[in-house]
Design a protein around this ligand. Sequence first.
Ligand code: MLT
Length: 404
Amino acid sequence: MFQINDNYQKLPGSYLFSTIAKKVAAFTAANPDKTIIRLGIGDVTQPLAPAILAAMHKAVDEMGCAETFHGYAPDLGYDFLRRAIAENDYRARGCDIEEDEIFVSDGAKSDSANIQEIFAAESRIAVCDPVYPVYVDSNAMAGRTGTYDKETERWSNVIYMPCTAENGFVPEFPEETPDLIYLCLPNNPTGTTFTKSKLQEWVDYANRVGAVILYDGAYEAYISEPDVAHSIYECSGAKTCAIELKSFSKNAGFTGVRLGYAVVPKELKCGDVSLRNMWARRHGTKFNGAPYIVQRAGEAVYSREGKAQLKEQVAYYMKNAAAIKEGLKKSGYTVFGGVNAPYIWLKTPSGTTSWEFFDRLLENANVVGTPGAGFGPSGEGYFRLTAFGSYENTLAALERIQKM
Ligand code: MLT
């Protein structure tokens, strides 16, 4: 008789954003006359930039012609894209990353869920709390997180590092020593980040204790302050302790196009085993490459026109972030984030849990947000709004919230 992977049975509920989507669908079915504004999942709303569209059209035409047709992509990514990434995201910033340390994928969600596979089953993971739920869920599926306690909403074998207003959303080094440390900076969901010198302390810590930092830089394009690192490899010693995961979803609107990459430096080793070679082996076996058309679109992100157009797109979303932040402040809310990231993290009115606030917002303002508790126990009492809506919808949502 076959057996299932029992770890799946331990997972509480459904994936956070699926739960929200179900709740919103039920509300919409019961209230078909209401117009819902969605500031929940961090999904972009602006169309693809013209430079990207042009590159995609050209690539589509190439696919229609025998001489320029492309079949399977190289499993680790086309050279043209890996070169553009190495040059623009790393060497231009003084980070010595080579093309063959870059692995093109279909997005940072899959990479951040899959990367745990190359580590031992008994590895101890440490996560910021609150945190993007994929890190913990994927480790739970792999059987690494122990048992889930419904009361405390904690896994027995996860090191939670609380990030709250009290510590400025910067965690302390954990008391127990982790093997893997997930850092998402700028942070999803709090919208806050660390200074470069604080990040350097984490790199030094990881090297000292022999841990690997799994660094999710999906929101890097939104950094506006000068003392914030754009890559963990700006910190000295990061190449011996960090894997960086990047996405084209938030900087270039690829949520529906799908493209990302992982950087696994050659210096990152366990004894004399290279993690770069392990990831190459895994990627080659389990992934058949992002589509040619999509990788050409990714290349256009780094063109002169692409860069200029995407700068405008980021500025558009950050104008929304500023409007939400200021508007909520005026209405008496305590708000965080929204300066180096497209997320606003607000404190729910006292005595209101984050799921109660979700219901109240949906029912009274017909606005969808994300309850902080969905990102971990320390997210209770907080709520996330995304700046990825249209400007008009953002202002309309704000007005509705202010009237509540
Ligand atoms: C979020 O809303 O946290 C993200 O959009 C989810 C994702 O990027 O997968």
